[in-house]
Design a protein around this ligand. Structure first.
Ligand code: AMP
Ligand code: MG
Length: 423
């Protein structure tokens, strides 16, 4: 399992420069989490098709060249470029080369071969002239001047070269990678095992879908949002349902989750009013730190470890769940999964409006990026309360207003994180 012992969470995070659990900057929180995580090591062999979205656990080193031979990139005539003079040349067609049906002989001086795209270049020929510029009559072919050696020829190994590594461990495999691996003739490959993530919602006010709503209750939406966000990461998901704000029920849920999962995500129960008994419970079960993060939404958050599982205790408010997931949990889970590569990119857009902001915390507004006559601009969308999930549904980006930033004036550049590919 993971290499860090249960008592090392506090040690690891306290080494982060500027660590302050009561006013933790988002960059410091991300750094603190990162300092505790080590990627899973177990891997498995899967058929190439099943590797889509999985994390590569081996080097892919081609055993063959792709393509395997020099071949034609066009339909036309394979010639010897030295035969072509400054005026029109007349060559004799001595055969045909098709994809998968090579021409057996060799092209001698004054000769050419009719060739199709993908056909192996015949011996002796070093260029292909596209058929549109040639005139063929019987076995005589007129070739215009100005043909160069190597033109319209794909060199053996120009895509992949035997012995030269092409994909490294840690890569999340996309459709092109799957095709590339198939082009090497590999039927199976080694990928990291899937990360196992368990989650549950906490709250006495939560009703499950299908049950009638009693007075004061809300339907539990967080588990559905979480399910969606986790499904996008390709992890194995264990949904443990709704758990009451009751120490015994919570303890049972945490024990069950920790038994099989690499990571546990909970929502609710970490705010000031609720955290006390959860804290006591956590101290009993594992090592969990409660943080007040200098961000909005998403201020309270817990991070730690129960048994072999890392715990992410997210706030209860539906928007805060999504913000904390995307700013901390997503990257942590990808890292645990063994994935390398950059996090969610931040792009720049011009604010179309004034945005209220006080220095001293990072603010994540929900926004809409739009094209204003060739310039990317962004505006906030509607109500921004941390309980207004509609603001996430309607938005197409986060507007990230940095810790030290104050009011934003119209026309000022701001950072945005696009939802496309994320949600
Ligand atoms: P808490 O952090 O538990 O105090 O919850 C903060 C707010 O989020 C409260 O208004 C809760 O009713 C709401 N909330 C908590 N959990 C959920 C959930 N699973 N689905 C929808 N709303 C929730
Ligand atoms: Mg609650």
């Amino acid at each position: 399992m993971n290499a860090i012992g249960p008592s090392s969470i506090a040690q690891a995070v306290s080494c982060v420069d500027g660590y302050d659990p009561d006013a933790l900057r988002v960059d410091k929180a991300a750094e603190a989490i990162r300092a505790c995580l080590s990627p899973i090591v177990e891997s498995e062999r899967v058929p190439v098709r099943d590797a889509l979205g999985r994390v590569l656990a081996q080097d892919i080193v081609p055993a063959i060249n792709v393509p395997g031979h020099d071949n034609s990139a066009m339909d036309g005539f394979a010639i010897r470029s030295s035969d072509v003079k400054s005026q029109e040349s007349h060559l004799k067609q001595i055969g045909t080369a098709l994809a998968g049906k090579p021409f057996a002989g060799a092209v001698g001086a004054g000769e050419c071969v009719r060739i199709m795209t993908g056909a192996v270049m015949p011996k002796g020929a070093d260029a292909v002239v596209v058929q549109e510029v040639c005139r063929a009559q019987g076995d005589r072919v007129a070739i215009p001047p100005g043909q160069k050696a190597g033109q319209n020829v794909r060199a053996a190994g120009e895509d992949l070269k035997a012995g030269v590594p092409v994909l490294e461990p840690g890569r999340a495999l996309g459709a092109a990678d799957i095709g590339l691996i198939a082009s090497l003739g590999l039927g199976e490959l080694r990928v990291k095992r899937r990360l196992r993530v368990a989650f549950f919602s906490t709250g006495d006010e939560l009703a499950s879908i299908g049950a009638p709503l009693q007075e004061g209750q809300v339907y539990d939406s967080n588990r559905y949002t979480l399910h969606g966000m986790l499904a996008r990461l390709g992890v194995e998901i264990q949904d443990l349902g709704v758990v009451r704000d009751d120490p015994e029920a919570l303890e049972a849920a945490f024990r069950k989750a920790a038994a099989g999962a690499d990571a546990i995500i909970t929502t609710g129960g970490v705010s000031v009013g609720e955290a006390d008994f959860v804290k006591q419970l956590m101290a009993k079960l594992g090592e969990v730190l409660f943080w007040k993060i200098a961000m909005r939404p998403g201020r309270p958050m817990a991070f730690g470890r129960i048994g072999n599982a890392f715990l992410f205790g997210l706030p209860g408010n539906p928007v805060a769940v999504m913000v904390t997931f995307y700013q901390f949990v997503r990257e942590a889970l990808l890292h645990l999964s063994g994935r390398t590569g950059p996090g969610v990119p931040k792009l720049s857009a011009l604010s179309a409006q004034t945005i209220r902001k006080v220095a001293g915390r990072t603010k994540y507004q929900r926004g809409i990026v739009f094209d204003d006559g060739g310039v990317w601009k962004v505006r906030t969308n509607g109500q921004q309360g941390s309980g207004v999930l509609r603001s996430m549904s309607e938005a197409n980006c986060f507007i990230v207003l940095e810790h030290d930033r104050g009011y934003v004036q119209p026309g000022e550049p701001v950072q945005v994180q696009l939802f496309e590919g994320l949600t």
